[in-house]
Design a protein around this ligand. Structure first.
Ligand code: HEM
Length: 433
């Protein structure tokens, strides 16, 4: 990002607020992070956060600005810098080990036009609603098995650890073609990948290392790549109808896709495909427990389960940000953004924007319309959104009729991350029907 000049009139976010929205730890406490975003929306909807150790960045907190910026993928690039906010030392470390670029992963989020469309088109039709809806019966069977496991806990369990973490993992790995015995390894690697800042998710050798985030990222990716190299070779030799085979045998510009791009795809789907969905599922239950009138509404009208899914995703917003880079000088909300400035798109803030959502903190499954942006917007909008919504709907449909009553049995805990995360633990006590 260009340095801030003395004559600069850009609004500087007060240090206490800037630290909150940049620091991973704040995202583990809704009572800290959401008031900070509210302050920004009301007082400095587009301001610059300058926090020691990080590049100065614009923090985009309004729903309308997020949509406008995401729609214009030529003016706001993903890949000119790291599309994920990291401390400067970690970014430098990644550049050192990776030929001067932070692109350690050649996945869709690290691509801009025209490369992005060429790679997205390889799987886009697979993820379309008409295609995904054909998977409903298969997914319902997995949901039923998962609900049976939960019910076997006889009254008390951790809704995240004992239940929500495993079902989306099982769904995506089944469709992907990863054998069930490798699922724990995929879960561990995903948690390390997204939880680089959370002491409980850090590899022991990384704790207290000043470039822990960069190092853990690199180490996790190396392990993912090693694993997927083997599966990729297998599927090239013996293709089947799973997603791994589709990607392994894809071509771009008339040639098989290179190793890095194939691995980028596998890692994106293997990581983005479950952590987000399990957090949103846990958030859906937590929201209903805090606002219990929703249970009665759902009982009276089971078709409201679709509203429950949308509201769970809005209210949880498991993806906390993606970064964009301005490619030329431009003006947004009256502020001059300069070429190469970095912007942090804040989905949790956009999803609590009072101009779009009335009483946004309330969890309300009858909210309609619910134009949330938890899946992003524009050309990078979540590839797996229809699958995620189908998975969650089917799970709640299978689960809720078996529950007579349910209540919190302890404090929920959230992951310390400014990137992707959500519930680490949600202790509940329930009675079966
Ligand atoms: C509730 C669950 C989910 C949420 C909230 C979510 C959220 C997001 C967000 C915010 C983005 C970035 C969008 C942007 O830059 O505009 C994204 C991208 C992506 N998501 Fe999801 N996601 C979810 C589930 C899934 C699932 C189930 C899959 C795959 C099976 C998936 C695969 C992807 C991929 C591949 C991208 C990159 C798309 C691109 O850059 O073109 N996601 N997701």
């Amino acid at each position: 990002m260009s340095t801030i000049l003395e004559s600069d009139t850009r609004p500087l976010i007060p240090q206490d607020i800037a630290k909150i929205v940049i620091t991973p730890k704040s995202y583990a406490d809704d009572d800290i992070i959401y008031p900070a975003f509210k302050w920004l929306r009301e007082n400095m909807p587009l301001g610059v956060a300058e926090v020691e150790g990080y590049d100065p960045i614009w923090v985009v907190t309004k729903h309308a600005d997020i949509k406008a910026i995401e729609l214009n993928a030529k003016l706001f690039h993903n890949a000119d810098h790291n599309p994920i906010l990291n401390d400067r030392a970690s970014d430098e470390f990644m550049k050192q080990i990776n030929g001067g670029t932070t692109r350690l992963l050649s996945s869709l989020t690290y691509m801009d036009p025209p490369e992005h469309a060429a790679y997205r088109n390889l799987t886009q039709s697979w993820f379309m609603p008409n295609r995904v809806s054909k998977l409903e019966e298969k997914i319902r069977t997995l949901a039923r098995n998962s609900v049976d496991t939960l019910l076997s806990f006889d009254g008390e369990c951790d809704f995240v650890r004992d239940f929500a973490l495993h079902y989306p993992l099982r769904v995506i790995m089944t469709l992907f073609g990863v054998p069930p015995e490798d699922e724990p390894r995929m879960l561990k690697l995903t948690q390390e990948f997204f939880g680089v800042h959370d002491p409980e998710e850090q590899r022991p050798e990384m704790v207290a290392d000043p470039v822990a985030a960069g190092k853990q990222w690199a180490a996790t990716l190396e392990e993912f790549f090693e694993y997927f190299d083997g599966l990729s070779a297998q599927r090239r030799a013996n293709p089947s109808d799973d997603m791994l085979s589709l990607i392994a045998n894809s071509q771009v510009n008339g040639a098989p896709i290179p190793r890095d791009e194939a691995n980028g795809y596998y890692v994106a789907i293997a990581t983005a495909g479950h952590d987000t969905t399990s957090s949103s599922t846990a958030g859906g239950l937590h929201g209903m427990l805090l606002y219990p009138d929703n249970f009665a509404k759902l009982k009276a009208d089971p078709s409201l389960v679709k509203g429950l899914v949308d509201e769970a995703i809005r209210w949880t917003s498991p993806v906390k940000h993606f970064m964009r880079n301005a490619t030329e000088d431009t003006v947004v909300r009256g502020q001059t953004i300069r070429a190469m400035d970095r912007l942090m798109i804040s989905y949790p803030s956009g999803n609590r924007d009072e101009e779009v959502f009335s009483d946004p903190t309330r969890f309300d499954i009858t909210r309609s319309p619910n134009p949330h942006i938890a899946f992003g917007f524009g050309p990078h909008m979540c590839l797996g959104q229809h699958l995620a919504k189908l998975e969650m709907r089917v799970l709640f449909e299978e689960l809720l009729p078996h529950i007579e009553s349910i209540e919190l049995a302890g404090d929920p805990r959230l992951v310390e991350t400014n990137f992707v995360g959500g519930y680490k633990s949600l202790p509940v006590r329930f009675k079966k029907r």
